[in-house]
Design a protein around this ligand. Structure first.
Ligand SMILES: [Zn+2]
Length: 222
C-alpha cells in the first residue's frame, strides 16, 4: 500500500459536530485514517474514525446467526465482472457491497460498486478507498479478489491476516458488523458477516458445469 491517493477529496459529516471548524476537524480525522491505512495496516490506532461513525444500527446484539448468503442476479453479474477485470489487469480489485441483513439470518447482497484500482498489484490493493467509500448506510461491506494462487496452484480461500485487519478497521470505523467477501475463483467466493456467519458462496456457475435454471432461481433474491 502506498499513500499515493490524496485524502483531500474525502469528506465526512458528523452527527454531532457542525460548522467550518468542525468540518476541518472531520477532514483531518478522515485524512488521518486514510493516511494510517495507507502507511500500514496495524501500525496506527484508528480510533478517531469512530467519531464520525454511522449509526450503529447494524451492531445489534440480538442479530441472528447468518444462515445463508443470497445474491441478486445483478450482484452476481457485477461480481463476475469484478473477477474478470481483476484477472485481465492482473491486479486485485475491490468493490463495495450493499444489501440487507434479514432477521431470518439471510444476508442479501443486492448491490456491488467496483472501486477504481488504487495502488494495486496481483496480491494487494489499497484498503483506503474501500474504507472511505464502502460505508453505511449505503454499503454494508466490501469484496475483493484473490487472483493469485499458491505455488501448488491452489487458490487462497481464506481471508489473509491483512484482510482481517482491514475488516476490523472497517467495523471499528463504522461501528457496524460488516459483510466481507473475497472472490477466489471465477465462480466461488468466501463471505463472512461479522462473527455471525461464514460461507463459501457460488457467485457464478462454473463454466464447465452450468447450474440448472431452477437452482439458480432458488438462490436469487430479487
Ligand atoms: Zn485478501
Amino acid at each position: 500500500m502506498s499513500p499515493r491517493r490524496s485524502p483531500d477529496h474525502i469528506t465526512s459529516r458528523s452527527r454531532t459536530e457542525r460548522g467550518p471548524a468542525a468540518g476541518r476537524r472531520q477532514v483531518v480525522r478522515v485524512a488521518a485514517l486514510v493516511l494510517c491505512l495507507a502507511l500500514g495496516r496495524g501500525s496506527v490506532e484508528p480510533s478517531p474514525a469512530a467519531a464520525f461513525a454511522a449509526s450503529p444500527a447494524d451492531g445489534r446484539p440480538d442479530r441472528p446467526a447468518v444462515t445463508r448468503f443470497a445474491m441478486t442476479a445483478a450482484a452476481r453479474g457485477s461480481l463476475q465482472s469484478l473477477w474478470r477485470a481483476s484477472v485481465q489487469a492482473n491486479e486485485e480489485r475491490v468493490a463495495c457491497l450493499g444489501g440487507a441483513r434479514g432477521d431470518d439470518g439471510v444476508v442479501r447482497i443486492t448491490r456491488v460498486y467496483a472501486l477504481a484500482a488504487a495502488s494495486a498489484d496481483s496480491a494487494n490493493a489499497s484498503a483506503a478507498p474501500s474504507l472511505a467509500t464502502c460505508r453505511p448506510p449505503r454499503w454494508f461491506g466490501t469484496v475483493h479478489t484473490h487472483i493469485i494462487t499458491s505455488p501448488a496452484g491452489e487458490p487462497y480461500v481464506e481471508f489473509s491476516s491483512p484482510d482481517r485487519d482491514v475488516m476490523a478497521r472497517w467495523q471499528h470505523a463504522w461501528r457496524a458488523e460488516g459483510v466481507f467477501c473475497l472472490l477466489y475463483s471465477e465462480a466461488a467466493a468466501h463471505c463472512v458477516a461479522g462473527t455471525r456467519g461464514a460461507a463459501i458462496v457460488t457467485y457464478a456457475p462454473p463454466t464447465q458445469a452450468p447450474a440448472p435454471a431452477r437452482l439458480a432461481s432458488a438462490t436469487d433474491d430479487r
